[in-house]
Design a binder for this molecule. Structure first.
Ligand code: ATP
Ligand code: ZN
Length: 840
């Protein structure tokens, strides 16, 4: 290392050499040590992002966990390349949370970091760059180096470049320092995928045509001219009240947002005429995503006495307890109570995180909150681009933004002074990340985050998870219940369509019961709207041969392929594989291939044929792939441009439509019979939540559930909206069979493309685990319901651990040692092992 000797020779004075231990975005369980170049010595601090070389040719953005002066003994530390931050981007409290997650969820801290940092904060060999649409190259040309300019010119030609392409264009090996300065100059944007492009927020503005401000006479004559049209004159006067252009011309340059102006009580047609005649000019302006000025315009909602009392109960529970569960039935006004609580915390100067499951965070909710909190509220959502997310991150870090509504990944934001976290629809399984690691439950992480910041957590749901209700009922958490709907709204009336009976009486039409069809006709007559729920997308879950009963299967997964009519494709919903449907049965050659079962697409088609006068819209993953299509469909439905909304679980929660008087639920028996200990709980939650979309205003709504077994216990509980009965059943069963909340589960999945190989490795693990933990705590190894996924055979071992009296972290540690042993055993080393803590 001659360079080091060289630098020592120049500076013989006692110059200290710093090292950093960094978190790398790789699934390796340790920190890596790099040497800090002398010129960066002072700037590199804990929480700063640094660019480091890794392996042969890779570079990554890593986060500094520790700065010290001890060189590693096992290897020669490489120099880090660059420090991206002047001030830390990541707080020590965040790193502490990452560490907690890595140990609790048995994954690496690098994996947690990968999930935590928005891609826009990371430069890596995989990054792509794009020109910032707001950056004017010519305007800044003086300040750009030749290399910077070259790269920007290249980006003008190409919509985006990846790191290697950019390096090639500049003919240099590493371009991170160029990227760093260009990012600082806001000239480029980094992102990971093409679809995530950054869109600035644009608004239309109005201003007075400057010609009328040239001198006093000009404005005077405009007034005279408009005297004949008092409405237009009034618009001008109103404008000048808001924008005093006549004595402060600079205010006219700024103009006023057209949206704000038109919300005033002014004549729209007069305004239009004035624009057409050139009195007003319209122009577009990019506006900052955040606006922290006071939002004076909102109309406060007054809580009802019962809601107020509920809020008071929550507050007084918080005096003793860190966590409170609010069970409030659908339409009871939970959201209004949240809003009130949020305001109180914000007035206190603290930060608030309001979490919603992915699908509930719709434009409807955002609009509702915007009305109260204005532009000072950050939104953290997977439908937003990376750069929008980076903006939220930065504003939170600076402390300016104090309220975020977000989905599960918002627990990773750099809060410094949280007062309250609200987890709405606490029972929702989309709070749990399935793949990749960290397989975390955002509700549970939120509670840890709150604890670390001495904040409170409020969990809310109309149908709390059995686990949460147990904690509240046994007094560990506070419990508050709100069991009346707001206003005169009543819970809907729920009826069954007995499918077996209707089949006998021949009143079924396709997949629709006569009961539901006549309710739909009635709904249409009364100019109401309906929501139909079927938790299966596509046209039909399988094709089947009428002669030999074989179904086309996914070549990679042990599942039937779903038929999608509009695309004329068979698709695997697990791995994404698609193929054109065969003309004849691949097994016996018969041409009689029929569809079996039904998805949302088929329901939509049947309904259009059965009741052609209905306007039908569909919401599922297939119709909402584009960024704004979900919002568009919801808006259309809100504006009564459709009568019926057919959809998957995406229609089941959070939506609030005034006209919906009817809800139909299909195929509920399949959900009930799903082989999982949570099947009844989930069916109850779904049934009550979907039903909750009906009759949210004065008139009582109606729900029709199609089933073969109207007497079934859980279905009866749905009809009575009897949460406590469902809970009593479930909790008794969980206790008897040793399921959560009485135990904690750990699911180990062993995967390999050869079934015997996977089975042997899983068997080996199961034996070792049984030897350690005893027979009763280890279930399996056995193949899961779907035995093969993405060309890999799966074997599952489930660990059931009592909550008390067993050292959970010791078990997790043993598990990782066992996996390590497996990886070093030539009989098993090729098997993959996936650990899922608290699986859902
Ligand atoms: N105090 C109030 N004053 C005026 N409107 C209210 C009040 N409380 C609730 N509402 C209205 O009643 C409707 C239902 O309330 P909200 O959406 O808050 O209920 P929720 O408990 O969150 O329901 P869900 O669990 O079904 O999402 C909303 O349209 C809401 O604006
Ligand atoms: Zn597949």
């Amino acid at each position: 290392m001659s360079s080091i000797v060289f630098s020592n020779e120049i500076a013989p004075v006692s110059r200290q050499t710093f090292f950093v231990d960094v978190i790398m975005p790789v699934p390796l369980a340790r920190l890596f040590t790099y040497r800090v170049p002398h010129e960066l010595g002072d700037s590199v601090r804990e929480g700063c992002r640094v660019i480091v070389p890794f392996g042969q040719r890779k570079i990554y953005t890593a986060v500094v966990a520790r700065v010290h002066q001890t060189p590693p003994t096992a290897y020669q530390a490489k120099y880090l390349f660059e420090c991206l931050d002047d001030a830390p981007s990541v707080l020590p409290s965040q790193i502490a949370l990452w560490e907690w997650m890595a140990s609790y969820y048995a994954c690496t801290i690098g994996e947690v970091m990968q999930a935590a940092l928005p891609a826009g904060l990371k430069i890596s060999s995989e990054s792509r760059l794009q020109l910032n649409p707001d950056f004017d190259i010519e305007e800044h040309i003086e300040t750009l180096s030749d290399k910077e300019l070259n790269l920007l010119r290249a980006l003008q030609q190409n919509e985006s470049l990846n790191y290697e392409e950019a390096a090639k264009i500049l003919a240099v090996k590493h371009i991170y320092h160029i990227l760093k300065t260009l990012i600082a100059k806001k000239a480029i944007i980094l992102f990971e995928q093409l679809k995530d492009k950054y869109k600035p927020k644009i608004q239309r503005f109005l201003r007075l045509n400057p010609q009328f401000l040239a001198d006093k006479e000009a404005l005077q004559s405009l007034f005279e001219q408009l005297e004949k049209t008092p409405k237009q004159l009034n618009v001008l006067l109103q404008f000048l009240q808001l924008v005093p252009a006549h004595y402060k011309p600079e205010t006219n340059e700024q103009g006023i947002a057209k949206k704000i102006f038109t919300e005033k009580n002014i004549s729209q047609s007069s305004l239009q005429t004035l624009c057409k005649n050139g009195v007003f000019e319209e122009f577009e302006k990019q506006i900052p995503r955040f606006d922290f000025s006071e939002n004076e315009e909102f109309e406060p909602i007054t809580l009802t006495p019962l809601q107020l009392q509920t809020e008071q109960q929550i507050i007084s529970h918080f005096e003793e307890k860190k966590i409170v569960l609010l069970r409030g039935i659908t339409g009871s006004g939970k959201t209004e109570i949240y809003i009130n609580l949020i305001q109180k915390i914000l007035q206190n100067g603290q930060q608030v995180l309001f979490m919603l499951p992915e699908i509930a965070l719709t434009a409807q909710m955002v609009l509702r909150l915007r009305k109260v909190f204005g532009e000072a509220m950050g939104i953290y959502h997977s439908r937003f681009s990376d750069n929008e997310r980076v903006e939220v991150w930065r504003e939170i870090l600076s402390g300016r933004c104090r309220l975020v509504i977000g989905v599960r990944s918002s627990v990773f934001l750099p809060f410094q002074d949280l007062g309250l976290i609200i987890v709405d629809e606490e029972h929702e399984s989309s709070y749990k990340q399935q793949d990749p690691a960290p397989r975390y439950h955002a509700r549970d992480v939120a509670m840890i985050l709150a604890q670390k910041q001495q904040a409170k957590t409020l969990l809310g749901s109309a149908t709390p998870s059995v686990e949460a209700y147990f904690q509240a009922q046994t007094g560990r958490w506070g419990l508050v219940e709100l069991l009346e709907r707001y206003g005169d709204a009543q819970l809907p009336k729920i009826r069954f369509a007995n499918m077996r009976e209707e089949k006998r009486l021949k009143t079924l039409r396709e997949n629709f019961s006569g009961t539901l069809l006549s309710a739909l006709a009635h709904m249409k007559e009364n100019e109401q709207q309906a929501i139909l729920f079927q938790n299966r997308r596509g046209y039909a879950p399988a094709l089947s041969c009428a002669d030999c009963a074989q179904s086309p299967k996914c070549p990679y997964c042990d599942v039937s392929l779903t038929y999608h009519l509009s695309e004329r494709l068979l698709r695997c919903h697990y791995c994404g594989h698609s193929e054109t449907p065969p003309r004849e049965c691949p097994a016996c050659g018969s041409p009689k291939l029929q569809t079996v079962g039904f998805g949302t697409e088929k329901l939509e088609e049947q309904l259009l044929l059965l009741m052609p006068n209905l306007r039908v819209q569909r919401i599922d993953q297939d119709t909402t792939r584009q960024k704004n299509s979900l919002q568009q469909i919801i808006e259309d439905f809100e504006q009564y441009r459709a009568d019926v909304l057919v959809g998957t679980q995406m229609v089941s929660k959070g939506l609030d439509f005034e006209r919906v008087s009817l809800v139909g639920i299909f195929d509920i028996d399949r959900m009930l019979n799903f082989p999982d200990f949570r099947a009844h709980e989930r069916t109850f939650q779904m049934g009550v939540q979907v039903s909750g979309r009906a009759g949210r205003r004065e008139k009582q709504g109606e729900v029709i559930i199609q089933t073969n077994n109207p007497d079934q216990n859980t279905l009866q509980q749905i009809v009575r909206a009897d949460y406590l009965a469902m809970y009593a059943n479930e909790i008794a069963e969980r206790q008897q069979f040793g399921y959560p909340p009485f135990t904690r589960l750990i699911k180990c999945t062993v995967r390999h493309q050869d079934n015997d190989y996977a089975a042997a490795a899983a068997q080996f693990m199961a034996e070792q685990l049984t030897a350690q933990l005893g027979k009763t705590r280890v279930l399996g190894a056995e193949p899961p319901l779907i035995e093969r996924l993405r060309n890999q055979y799966l074997w599952v071992i489930m660990l059931k651990l009592e909550r008390e009296g067993i050292n959970h972290s010791a078990v997790k540690k043993y598990l990782s040692e066992l996996i390590f042993a497996l990886k070093n055993d030539k009989r098993y080393r090729e098997a993959d092992v996936v650990i899922d803590i608290d699986p859902l």
